[in-house]
Design a protein around this ligand. Structure first.
Ligand SMILES: CC(C)(COP(=O)(O)OP(=O)(O)OC[C@H]1O[C@@H](n2cnc3c(N)ncnc32)[C@H](O)[C@@H]1OP(=O)(O)O)[C@@H](O)C(=O)NCCC(=O)NCCS
Length: 175
């Protein structure tokens, strides 16, 4: 299943392509490796444990990947998940947002979130999307117009806050 049209964004001379893939796609394994190295191993997880505990998330989410074409083949340099209609119809949860540490600060995370907003608000017509952000990543979402919705809470042993953005409050929204 491919749930979105690829989009290209040039960053300097490098072209980043945002694609939506499913768990059967050849790039899924690379996305899993990135999630493991950036997000999961630092908190004691790997993909096997994540899938065991969050199988619903893996299966129910649209998987976004940021891809760079390399002479040796396409490389996943960023990824994120959107779980539509969660926890209720009209809402969506963004999770597992990760950018290759060597490529952070180049606008790849921004391109992933813009693609997710465009898909969530434009195609799915969701009313709101939210995430549970580690405190170190809150500034990233705020730069993209997301607002803090909660006090600090603990998840997987780490402090987080919930941030969200509503349809119509972003330039990629459908209103
Ligand atoms: C957080 C993360 C996804 C951001 O991706 P990125 O590609 O580095 O971010 P971008 O280059 O697109 O940054 C977009 C804007 O957010 C800002 N920004 C990026 N990371 C930030 C952070 N941690 N805190 C504050 N601002 C941040 C950038 O300066 C940029 O600002 P600008 O509008 O002035 O240009 C990435 O750094 C990452 O994978 N971090 C480790 C994993 C993680 O924390 N994931 C989120 C879990 S909740």
């Amino acid at each position: 299943m491919c749930v979105g049209e690829p989009s290209d964004e040039g960053i300097g001379s490098i072209v980043i392509r945002i694609e939506t893939i499913d768990t059967e796609h050849p790039l899924y394994a690379q996305a899993c490796e990135l999630r493991e190295s950036v997000l999961l191993r630092p908190i004691g997880y790997d993909m096997k444990r994540f899938i065991a505990e969050y199988a619903d998330t893996e299966e129910s989410s649209a998987h976004f990947v940021a891809v760079v074409d390399h002479p040796s083949g396409p490389r996943v340099v960023g990824c994120a998940l959107l779980r539509p209609d969660y926890p209720e119809v009209g809402s969506g949860k963004v999770t597992q947002v990760a950018v290759d540490p060597q490529r952070q600060g180049e606008g790849i995370g921004r391109q992933l979130i813009i693609a997710i907003e465009s898909y969530a608000f434009g195609r799915l017509e969701l009313e709101r999307i939210f995430c549970h952000a580690q405190l170190t990543a809150i500034g990233f979402y705020e730069r993209l117009g997301w607002g803090v919705e909660s006090e600090v809470f603990e998840e997987a042993g780490i402090d987080h806050k919930r941030l969200a953005i509503r349809n119509g409050t972003t330039s990629t929204g459908s209103e």
